[in-house]
Every structure is written in C-alpha cells, then in structure tokens.
Design a protein around this ligand. Sequence first.
Ligand code: ATP
Ligand code: AMP
Ligand code: MG
Length: 195
Amino acid sequence: MRRKGVRLRVVIVGIPGVGKTTVVGKLASVMRGAELVTFGTVMLEEAKKRKWVSHRDELRKLPVERQRRLQTAAAATISRMKRQAVLVDTHLFIRTDEGFWPGLPYEVARALKPTHLVLVEAKPEEVSLRRAADRLRYRDSISTQELAEEMELARGLLTVASTLTGAPMLIVRNEEGKVDEAAERVVRAVRGERA
Ligand code: ATP
Ligand code: AMP
Ligand code: MG
C-alpha cells in the first residue's frame, strides 16, 4: 500500500478513441480528491484565446510549430498543479499533417514529472467501433491495420517516456464494457498493490 503523503502524478496515454477519458473519469471518482486534467483541454483553451481553432479536433491540424507552443504552455500550466494526486489525460503522439509528432518530448515529460505512466489499450476493432460510434468527436477514420500500427508505435514511445522520466509503465486493457475493471487495475498499481 502506498504511504500517505507521497505525491502521485499519473499520466494516462493511449491512441484516440481507446477510452482514456472514460477510464480517467472513473479513476477520478475512485481516487477521491485527485485532480483530473485533460492536456488537450488546456491546449484548447489557449488556442481559442489566440483564435487558432474552435474545437479540440482541429488542434492536430495546426502547423506543428503552433501545436508546440500550445504544448509547452499546457505542460507549464499542469506542472504547477499542486494537488496530492494529479491525473493527466494525454497522448504519446499526435497524427499531424507533418507526421507523427511526440506528445511527451523530453521537456514535456520532465515538466509533467510522472510517478506512473499508464498506456490504455483495446483491440483495434474495438477502437474502430468506438471512434465511429462517438458522435461528439471528429476522430480520424483509419483501417484496423493502421490502428494496430498506432498501438505498436504507442508501446515504443511508452518505453521512451518511461526511460526519460524513470516512471514505471503500466499497460491496461480497456475491454468492451469493462471500464471499471481498467480503472481498478490502475488504482491498484498506483497504490503499489499486486495485480
Ligand atoms: P481521445 O484521445 O480522442 O480523447 P479517448 O481515448 O479519451 O479518445 P474516450 O472518449 O474515453 O476515448 O472513449 C471513446 C468512446 O469509446 C466513447 O464513446 C466512450 O464512451 C467509449 N468507450 C470507452 N471505453 C469503453 C469501454 N470499455 N467499452 C465500451 N465503450 C467504451
Ligand atoms: P484529447 O481530448 O485528449 O483528444 O485532446 C485534444 C487534442 O489535444 C489532441 O487530439 C491533440 O491534438 C492535443 N493533445 C493532447 N495531448 C497532447 C500532447 N501531450 N502533446 C500535443 N498535443 C496534445
Ligand atoms: Mg479523451
């Protein structure tokens, strides 16, 4: 069991539509007092002020240089959050028009100071259906083969983020209809309890 007084900064990542926000929402309701922050929402607020975009799915279409400025600003804002437990909902990479671009480059990873890195995964077929069914977002519609490639890339970048920050990495499956189980797995890991 994790000792009282030890600060937690849990960084949750995974490809779009895998269910990060859903799992993190559940996590926040279980870990009472934890502060939940969606990295993309912090970027979006800044982007709206600059009148660069009107919704979150336009962020990845901006020139990478603009995205970088928003990313740096968001990392600085989040690094100042002082709550005992902070849950950060974010991405290991972004599919931009200029290629895959890292969500946690060195400076960002360092600023976030994760104590735990959590990669949320699901079957490519499940992610494909979740993307298609979610009418609230404008996610890329790509083949299951490309989704499988994105997941492979995510695993590779997870090891990079873990090596850069020294934080342990956990891979959690978010199976269909089993959000509670995925969140419970994360809670046990950050409390240092055996799976
Ligand atoms: P993004 O990176 O684009 O923000 P995300 O990883 O945060 O995506 P969510 O918005 O949490 O993904 O989930 C995408 C869709 O999948 C939502 O409609 C959500 O209700 C659904 N979903 C999430 N987890 C599950 C699950 N375990 N079973 C069934 N549906 C799920
Ligand atoms: P989300 O709601 O998690 O999809 O976040 C909205 C958007 O914010 C994403 O689609 C990305 O364009 C952007 N975003 C989120 N996290 C990062 C990050 N770490 N680095 C760069 N862009 C990010
Ligand atoms: Mg989300």
